[in-house]
Every structure is written in C-alpha cells, then in structure tokens.
Design a protein around this ligand. Structure first.
Ligand code: GTR
Length: 419
C-alpha cells in the first residue's frame, strides 16, 4: 500500500473503532447535555397553554420527527378492504369471541394483505381493545389451534423452531408468556394482534412490504426523508384502527408494543390521535429513551444495525446526538393529553431504563398544560413500584421482555386512566 493510502486507511480504522466503541453502561460517563425544552419553540418562543402547544409547538416537533427521524409516508392508499376469514363465539374456553380478518391495501396496482387476530370478551359489545404487533406470527401468542400460521417471511429462531424463514406448527403458543390474554378478557378487554412481518418484513430490503406499494416509476427505496420500517409498521397499526372502527363496536383502542414494536407503537400514537392510549414496553433507543444520554444503544449503533428502521436523514445524528434539536421526551409529549405508559426492565440496560424514565419525566410539563398528571418527581421509583398517572411509568425486576407484571399494570392503569 502507498504511504498516503496507508494513512487514509489508518484514519478510517481509527474512526471506525471510535464510532463503534463499546456501549456505555456507566452513569458517570453520561455526557452533560441540555434537554430540549418541550415548551419553547425552535424560534425561542415560550408555550404557556395547551392551545399554544397544539397550534405552534406540537406541529413543529411532529414535523421534525416525521421528516428527520421516522420518515414521511409518501401519499395515501387507493384502496382499503377487509375480509372475515374465520370466527368463533366460543374461543378461550368460552370466554371470548375470536375473529381472524384479512386486511388488504392497494396502490399503484400493487397490493399487500395482513391478518388481524381478534379476541373480544364474550357478550361485550364495546370492549376496549389492546392493539399490538407480535414478533413471529399470530399463532405464537396463544396455543389456540385455530389461529392461522403466518406464511410471511419470519426471522429464524432456534428457540421458537423457526427455520428457513418459515413459521410452522412448532412455534404455536411459543410467545404466549408475552400476551396475558386471559387476564385481558377477565378484565373486560379485548386483544387485536398482527404479525409485523406481514406489514413490512424486518430486513434491510425495501423491495417488499408496504413501502413498495408507494413507489413511483423506477423507485426502489424511500427517499432520505421518507419512511423507514418503523413508520411503515405505525401506518399498519392505523389501518388496523380503520378496520376496528368499521367492523367492531369499540369504545377505545390502546396501542401497545414491545421493544422495536414499542417504537412503532409510539410513532403510531403520535401520528394517529384515534388511539386512546399508548403503551411503550422496553422501547429503548429511538423509542422512549433519551438519545442524548448515549447510554446503552446509541443513534449510530441502531442506524448501523438496523439501517431500515428510521429514515435515512436520521443518520446525520450518528455519533452526533448533541446536534439533535429534539429528544425522545418530545416524541412522548406528542401523545398528550392521551394516557401514555412507559415501562422499563431492570436488566434491560441496552434500552436505558433511566433514559426512558427521564423521558417520561421531561414530557410531563406538556401533560400539565392539560391539567393531567405525569411523572413529576425526577427520582426513579423503586423497582416494581409502578406510578400510575395519565403519563405512567414502571421499572420491573427482570429482563427485556413482556411479563404478567407488565400486563397487570397496563390493565389496572387503562381502567383508571383511559377514558
Ligand atoms: C435490539 C435493538 C433494540 C430493540 C430490540 C428488539 O437488537 O437494538 O433497539 O429494538 O432489538 O426489538 O428486540
């Protein structure tokens, strides 16, 4: 190698080892940063009322997250339809009505279809519903033998017996521990769930999934400020909402998601005010956690590992969080005044539990504008001591997961706060 080339290579390797350094898990190494004020506009104007928030501040924050973080949806659908595939009035040992419905979307002569699995408490005509994506197929959330096995591309998993990117009977019920369906039904709540891979396969490939319906002639991937996968998943949740509004008599829909699907639930809550409540379970970086703390997963790290999740414009903040004019507490504030629950797990350091908590705390002044209570004290609550307010928070014992403890809290909070 010539000397100059050697030098450039050396610089490159040094830069790479710097940018891809080990994640920080040491609180004393969290950089000092200014938390962008949700109640001061980009032009420096103070916001003193919910009317000013809605008129001036919410729209500019929304526009930033839309154009620079998750990406814009480029247009509208031409056709939306749904078809009942199967139903049973005596599911779950007689506790529930089950429905499986195919939702079809069409644009530019291309179409996409995904299935929604619905359990409604038997006899109830307008039950509130939790709506959330699952990671490996509707058949994984329950052992119910009637639930269809997804045909869509699936991430291989030894634990779940998924090989060749195809789900089989082996994974039926494999994730039922994450979905306390019986507890929901007993409390008078329904569940609607969708396999997220049917809306957009979770891989860095924009040839398939929802994006491809919206391409103009010759286009092969979204433009830099157009939607990544999280925004596509959020869009799918809104289409599920369209279906629910049209077909079942619902009083309210609470959108829920874990981890990457918690990021999608938050963006869905921000983009679609029809959701009566929003739950972020361990959503971490690009979800509830503050980016500027750079604790656990960072913006650069997430954009390199999952280049398809956010819009390409978001990459300018890789290793450059300090120049971000917003942070994730302002995404949380976009839900106000609707009830929002942010939950963390003690051993989920990658998702930065403290960053998720502080985000809820810093979003709370926006809730206060509406006379709603959030996380007022800046100290984290004790482990397993949930704070139930309109903006709620808990940190529970254990790992990155969804547990019965989480669901018991979501149900109790929904009963008290989701009107
Ligand atoms: C991780 C990713 C996180 C989180 C998680 C998940 O690999 O770094 O941001 O989304 O996946 O979705 O399980």
């Amino acid at each position: 190698m010539k000397t100059a080339a050697c030098f450039v290579y050396f610089l490159f390797v040094t830069a790479m080892s710097y940018t891809q350094s080990e994640p920080n898990y040491d609180e004393s190494k969290v950089p000092k940063f200014r938390v962008p004020d949700p109640l001061t506009t980009f032009a420096g104007e103070g916001i003193g009322s919910s009317a000013e928030w809605e008129e001036k501040r919410r729209p500019e924050l929304y526009a930033f997250f839309e154009g620079q973080v998750y990406g814009k949806v480029p247009g509208t659908l031409e056709e939306f339809s749904f078809k009942l595939l199967e139903e049973d009035d005596n599911a779950f040992g007689g506790k529930a009505k089950r429905k499986q419905v195919a939702i079809s979307l069409k644009k530019n002569n291309r179409s996409l279809s995904f299935n929604i699995l619905l359990y409604l408490p038997k006899g109830s005509t307008d039950a509130p519903i939790f709506l959330g994506y699952n990671f490996h197929g509707n058949h994984t959330v329950t052992t119910d033998p009637k639930v269809f096995i997804t045909q869509a591309w699936n991430r291989n998993s030894d634990d779940l017996g998924i090989r060749d990117n195809t789900a089989t009977e082996a994974s039926r019920g494999a994730r039922k521990n994450r979905w306390a369906i019986e507890k929901m039904l007993d409390a008078g709540y329904g569940l609607a769930t969708i396999y997220y891979g049917e809306v957009d396969p979770d891989k860095n490939d924009f040839s398939d999934g929802l994006h491809s319906l919206f391409y103009r002639e010759g286009q092969q991937r979204p433009k830099p400020n157009e939607w990544g996968s999280i925004a596509a998943w959020a869009f799918g949740l809104s289409r599920a909402m369209d279906y629910l509004e049209n077909d079942v008599n619902i009083s309210k829909v609470i959108v829920f998601g874990h981890s990457r699907l918690g990021k999608a639930a938050l963006w869905a809550g921000a983009t679609d005010k029809r959701f009566s409540g929003v739950i972020s379970n361990d959503s971490g970086c690009g979800g509830a956690a503050l980016s500027k703390r750079k604790f656990g997963e960072t913006v650069g790290q997430i954009n390199r590992s999952f280049p398809h999740w956010f819009c390409d414009s978001f990459q300018q903040y890789n290793e450059n969080e300090k120049t971000l004019p917003v942070d994730q507490h302002q995404l949380l504030a976009l839900m106000a005044p609707r009830p929002l629950y942010v939950a963390s797990a003690l051993k989920d350091e990658w998702a930065d539990p403290r960053g998720e908590f502080l985000s809820a705390h810093y979003a709370s002044p926006v809730y206060a504008l509406y006379g709603k209570e959030g996380i007022v004290a800046p100290q984290m609550p004790r482990i397993d001591q949930a704070i139930h307010k309109t903006l709620a928070y808990h940190i529970r014992t254990g790992e990155h997961d969804v547990t019965d403890y989480d669901w018991e809290n979501y149900i109790a909070w929904a009963k008290a706060f989701v009107e």
